[in-house]
Design a protein around this ligand. Structure first.
Ligand code: FAD
Length: 443
């Protein structure tokens, strides 16, 4: 008979759920992971055809020693693949043109797309005192340090790329807590970063050989109790036991860990924990569309030797950026093909109107081709639509998160996790869950 009671049940088999389940299992705990779709990995999916493959969400990971150790322990170290040397070349779009950009302040001083006033602001930053605005947004924080032009052209491009976010709403403390802290001590960001340079842990960028899906398969194959294709519909707690109504019958456990997106968890606890459910609904997820394309090499007038480009919310509200896949990882496109992924932030109303959406996608593809000087129609074109893609750390996120964790703690045996708690990057999700597993086992 199938086992239905476990010490631990983890909800949601994205990378957060995989990481915590593997860690608990490796520490000798009895754990079951329940995932509603028929494969693990959550948003970390890939698309394959005879000529190319693309990732549908994360393309690269910033790997430090802690993450590398995880990769070694769970036998996925061999899947890490270094991008080609062009990865160090970064680009942004300013005034309808692609420009190379360095992350070194000294080199930014030579950037042609910045006015002399903006460059003077960069120099003046060295003498700044800590920002006085209480709990600033990302825009307020960086505008205080570098002025309007650098914030609108460069800072916004970075946050558009990572979060598809709006810097006028994002809470600085929540998205870059360590930088905020450093600034409160050093005043100038440039001076603070220079001081920290040798102290910060070295991180290296990698992709996953065969795509992110390959990593999920290797990780999930190591779990003893993985239930794919089973949706959790409702949770109740009676005495010390959690009762889970699932599409495949009842499951029970002593300890329950949610690695679901906030909006999914909100639905299934609405009846039992209404207050927590209402607060979970406050976490906003922005929609995102990825257009995956491949062209014949002959269509490309100028070789794109870079990681890709980012586009600020002020430059373009819809086009967010692009990754030059086959420039980074040549094995991702066969023969004469070159492949790219374009990121766009659709308006919510386009998502329910296929014709309108197709038109907008074509517009963004046209914008990309104009910027990159690529001619003709793509040989392959695929699309990934994330209606609720990335959680937004908008003000007042920190106080909301504090409340969510407190409310969860008031339900003994229940633990909240997932990218809206840990931070959105794959490394953040993995590292947070490894630490969480260790704390739970020690309790
Ligand atoms: C477009 C995009 C690009 C990104 N790029 C990068 C990048 O380059 N680098 C990087 O480090 N990070 C990147 N990220 C972020 C990163 O990929 C995610 O934050 C991370 O993968 C989230 O993992 P998760 O497990 O927390 O959530 P998810 O992946 O959302 O997993 C949640 C799981 O819960 C399951 N589920 C939901 N409801 C139920 C239910 N009722 N019962 C059972 N199961 C359920 C879902 O099916 C899903 O599998 C990107 C994200 C997106 C969307």
């Amino acid at each position: 008979m199938k086992q239905t009671h476990f010490d631990y049940i983890v909800l949601g088999g994205g990378i957060s759920g995989l990481a915590i389940s593997l860690e608990l299992q490796s520490r000798g705990e009895e754990v079951s992971l329940i995932e509603k779709s028929d494969k693990a990995g959550g948003v970390l999916q890939s698309i394959y055809n005879d000529d190319c493959y693309w990732d549908r969400a994360a393309h690269t990971l910033a790997v430090d020693l802690e993450l590398l150790t995880f990769f070694q322990r769970f036998n996925i170290e061999d899947l890490l693949v270094e991008p080609s040397t062009v990865a160090k070349n970064r680009q942004i779009v300013v005034n309808d043109e692609i420009h190379n950009i360095s992350n070194h302040p000294g080199k930014i001083l030579t950037a042609k797309f910045l006015s002399s006033g903006a460059k003077v602001n960069l120099l003046k930053e060295l003498f700044k005192k800590p920002v006085k605005i209480p709990n600033p947004t990302v825009r307020e924080f960086f505008e205080y340090h570098f002025g309007k032009e650098i914030t609108e052209n460069i800072i916004s491009a970075v946050f558009s790329g990572i979060y598809s976010g709006d810097i006028e709403k994002m809470e600085m403390k929540a998205v870059m807590g360590n930088i905020f802290q450093m600034e409160q001590e050093s005043g100038s960001l440039i001076r603070g970063l220079m001081k920290q340079k040798d102290k910060t842990q070295k991180r290296k960028i990698y992709g996953i050989k065969g795509g992110m899906e390959h990593m999920n398969r290797t990780l999930s194959a190591q779990l003893s109790n993985l239930e794919l294709g089973n949706e959790v519909l409702e949770i109740r707690k009676v005495d010390d036991v959690f009762y889970l109504r699932t599409a495949k019958g009842e499951r029970t456990c002593k300890q329950l860990i949610s690695c679901l997106p906030a909006y999914n968890l909100s639905n299934i606890i609405f009846k039992s924990h209404q207050e927590l459910s209402v607060n979970l609904d406050e976490i906003q997820y922005n929609p995102m569309i990825l257009i995956h394309v491949a062209f014949d090499q002959s269509s490309v007038a100028e070789e794109l030797n870079a990681f890709g480009f980012l586009c600020s919310q002020y430059e373009s509200p819809v086009l967010k950026g692009a990754i030059y896949n086959s420039s980074l990882f040549p094995s991702r496109a066969n023969g004469n093909l070159v492949s790219y992924t374009i990121f766009m932030k659709p308006k919510a109303k386009w998502l329910d109107n296929k014709e309108r959406l197709d038109r907008e996608v074509d517009k963004v593809l046209g914008q990309f081709q104009k910027l990159t000087k690529i001619n003709g129609a793509p040989i392959h074109k695929e699309m990934t639509i994330w209606k609720q893609g990335i959680p937004q750390f908008n003000k007042p996120y920190e106080s909301l998160k504090f409340q969510l964790i407190k409310q969860a703690e008031s339900i003994p045996g229940f633990t909240l996790s997932g990218s809206y708690i840990s931070g959105v990057s794959v490394p953040d999700c993995i590292k947070y869950n490894l630490r969480l597993a260790s704390q739970l086992v020690k309790k």
